[in-house]
Design a protein around this ligand. Structure first.
Ligand code: ADP
Ligand code: MG
Length: 699
């Protein structure tokens, strides 16, 4: 049967009993249409197999009980409390609430059925304190439950509950929506794919995810819906890659001049094998008439800058301009100096474009970029401003690309005619994530550090050991080391107890380290002040640089060998890894001391322990993922990917691989999805993903 046109796009208000006020509350929770409601999945399910008869409860164990409310009382006393008794015909359970007793009293009605979950204790009878609960309603519904029905429990919130959408309220409207569903929902996957992947039909899956006949059916439904979610995400990536590689008119950088060779000969070191390997891959991309769209991944200190510079020179030798975009002024400035220095004997013009440059200087730089005199343009996101016009932009490199949003990269790309793109990141991510976050890019990995690097010796200490830490720092400086001391904030804010960089700088300069040269660097200083300070530190004119996280990414001062991080408990793992990456960049032994304050949360302690245990970026990334969950990476503006509702890229890795293969195969076979059995897939894709697909052309 042909599905009803547009049924799912209708507002939830077409369901009886949903007026404007209730619709508004649902809308705030992301449920505006019938389709939204259909994809609002239960968070768990109750049935006889997940419910324990009260008679069989065990003390100190978590359990779910379903029973009828036989008594509900406020017990007055020194402190009043609300006590409720439940019976399931095997025995009696009491539930106790010590606060909001009036509220609870209104909530529970004697005679209704209730599911409660919590830890079981025993005071004569079994008892739960402040259990999680779910109102099941009248007899009839519960009879169904007792005869083996599986009851969905929906997520809710205070705002939703206030307008009657607790779990039971949701059951009413989802129940109504299920009526005649098969006539209203179209299949969105081609039959051949459903068969080969052994997937339940969509309408069945949607029925069973809300009201499963059995746990086996629920499992099959979940599998199908996870597959859909991952499949359409991969389909978007497959389209993007197809579009990218199919688009002719990329630049073929096929001329090989002597600039690259002269640069490499002039380096004080040999390239690592890993650097050579990725340059080989980049070179092949650049030669081809298709535009390069590549991600260069390499841990902190692996030497991505020099790879970027070689790539830039290839473009320049072919008569094109190259742009290098960095997330901070300090990093852009540093790249500029490095490149300027390395190119001294090679006749190439580089300019630096930052946000706050003086007018006349800026005008000159813009003119050079427009005329093509500037062959290499290095800068911050100032590069994407409207006034910046390139003469012949052929290559874009984005350093620390995770710091930019997809829009910013897209805007830079528009400044050229289908330029080659290389994005670089030091944030190692597990393969599962790179298949999704970067699923449309080609990936090159520098999986080796330059020879002679010693792992940074790392320890975390409590604030109380500060004296010993300072003694160590003094001793290090005496033997010629330079030190970073990083603070989380610039100025002491009234509310917070964070030590401010500025204040500590004053104290260190005046007392703690008065015999040493102490410098200060933070984000609110003027550009030229930052430049001067950074240059003095680089030249060895500053021993101890007190700073904020402005130095977090990219900063390269090989003689700096001690990193002290204040309030390390407040930083995330990725950030700590980046900060530590500022030392250990030469062949000298480096140290990282993480100073933690106060009582630590379990997570904070774990993060610090991981940092002390390993310097391997991939191990740290895995741990980060474990602690924060993949949700952090999706549904953000940066990722350009939709948030996942039911699939989980870690646990559903098998489904991810299958979905990816099917999606890429499908686009290979039928790039426009014009075959008749692909039309529904195309329509669904266009309705749900087209916007993202167009916006997020890369990464
Ligand atoms: P990242 O990958 O973190 O951006 P950089 O490109 O800043 O790393 O390189 C880190 C340091 O290693 C720099 O001081 C750089 O000069 C040096 N370096 C890069 N490649 C090599 C190499 N092959 N051998 C020795 N040192 C290298
Ligand atoms: Mg770098």
């Amino acid at each position: 049967m042909k599905a009803q046109q547009g049924f799912l796009e209708q507002s939830v208000q077409v369901l009886a009993s949903i007026g404007p006020k209730r619709a508004l509350a649902l809308g705030d929770a992301g449920i505006a249409t019938l389709e939204d409601l259909l994809y609002y999945f239960p968070r768990r399910y109750l049935d006889r197999s997940t419910v324990t008869p009260i008679r069989d409860l065990k003390e100190n164990e978590d359990a779910t009980v379903v029973g009828r409310i036989i008594q509900a009382d406020v017990q007055a006393g020194r402190k009043s409390r609300f006590v409720l008794a439940l019976s399931d015909n095997t025995s009696i359970l009491t539930c106790v609430w010590f606060s909001h007793v009036r509220y609870w009293q209104k909530k529970f009605i004697v005679g209704e059925w209730l599911a409660v979950s919590g830890k079981v204790s025993r005071f004569g009878v079994y008892q739960m304190t402040h259990p999680e609960f779910d109102l099941l309603g009248d007899d009839k519904e519960n009879v169904g439950f007792n005869t083996g029905k599986i009851v969905p429990v929906y997520p809710s919130s205070e705002a939703l509950t206030r307008v009657g959408f607790d779990s039971r309220g949701f059951r009413r409207i989802t129940g109504r929506m299920m009526e005649g569903l098969s006539a209203k929902v179209e299949e969105i996957l081609p039959a051949h794919l459903r068969e080969s992947q052994n997937l339940m039909p969509l309408v069945q899956a949607l029925k069973h995810i809300h009201y499963p006949d059995s746990f086996a059916a629920l499992e099959a439904a979940r599998h199908r819906l996870k597959f859909d979610e991952l499949f359409f995400m991969q389909l978007m990536l497959a389209f993007r890659r197809k579009r990218f590689t199919a688009e002719a008119g990329g630049i073929a950088f096929d001329k090989v001049g002597d600039k690259v060779k002269r640069l490499i000969d002039a380096l004080p070191f040999d390239l690592t094998e890993a650097q050579k390997k990725v340059l080989h891959e980049i070179r092949a991309d650049m030669k081809s008439t298709k535009a390069m769209n590549r991600l260069l991944q390499g841990d902190v200190g692996s030497g991505k800058t020099i790879v970027a510079l070689v790539t830039i020179l290839i473009a320049v030798e072919n008569g094109y301009q190259a742009a290098l975009m960095a997330p901070t002024e300090i990093l852009a400035e540093q790249h500029f100096l490095t490149i300027y220095h390395l190119l001294q004997t090679i006749d190439v013009q580089a300019v630096l474009l930052l946000g706050g440059q003086p007018k006349t200087l800026r005008a000159g730089i813009l003119a050079d970029i427009a005329s093509g005199r500037a062959q290499i343009v290095i800068g911050t996101h100032a590069l994407i401003q409207e006034q910046v016009e390139f003469c012949k932009l052929g290559l874009i490199i984005v350093d620390e690309q995770h710091r930019f949003g997809v829009m910013q990269r897209a805007m830079l790309k528009k400044k050229g005619q289908n330029p080659d793109v290389l994005v670089m990141t030091a944030t190692p991510i597990p393969r599962t994530l790179s298949l999704t976050l970067y699923g449309d890019l080609h990936v090159s990995i520098i999986d080796q550090l330059p020879a002679g690097r010693k792992p940074v010796v790392t320890a975390w200490r409590s604030d109380s050991q500060r004296k010993k830490i300072y003694d160590f720092v003094r001793q290090q400086v005496k033997s010629g080391a330079q030190v970073f001391t990083v603070f989380p904030l610039v100025e002491e804010s009234e509310k917070s107890d964070l030590k401010s960089a500025v204040e500590s700088y004053e104290a260190m300069r005046a007392t703690t380290f008065k015999d040493y040269r102490v410098g200060l660097l933070h984000g609110r200083m003027k550009s030229d002040e930052k430049e001067t300070t950074m240059a003095s530190f680089k030249n060895g004119d500053i021993d101890i640089l007190v700073c904020t996280t402005v130095i977090e990414v990219g900063v390269d001062v090989p003689n700096a060998t001690v990193m002290v991080v204040e309030h390390a408990e407040r930083f995330g793992l990725a950030q700590l890894h980046q900060l530590r990456g500022r030392v250990g960049r030469g062949d000298k032994q480096s140290y990282c001391i993480l100073i933690a304050y106060g009582a630590l949360s379990g997570d904070a302690r774990e993060r610090l322990d991981v940092m002390a245990a390993t310097t391997d970026g991939f191990k740290i990334a895995d741990k980060d993922l474990e602690l924060r969950g993949p949700g952090e990476f999706f549904g953000t503006k940066q990722s350009g990917l939709p948030a996942l509702k039911i699939a989980d890229v870690i646990h559903d890795i098998d489904i991810l691989y299958r979905a990816r293969k099917e999606a890429f195969d499908l686009v290979e076979r039928d790039p426009q999805l014009v075959e008749s059995n692909h039309v529904n897939t195309r329509t669904y894709f266009n309705n749900h993903f087209k916007g993202r697909y167009n916006l997020a052309w890369v990464g």
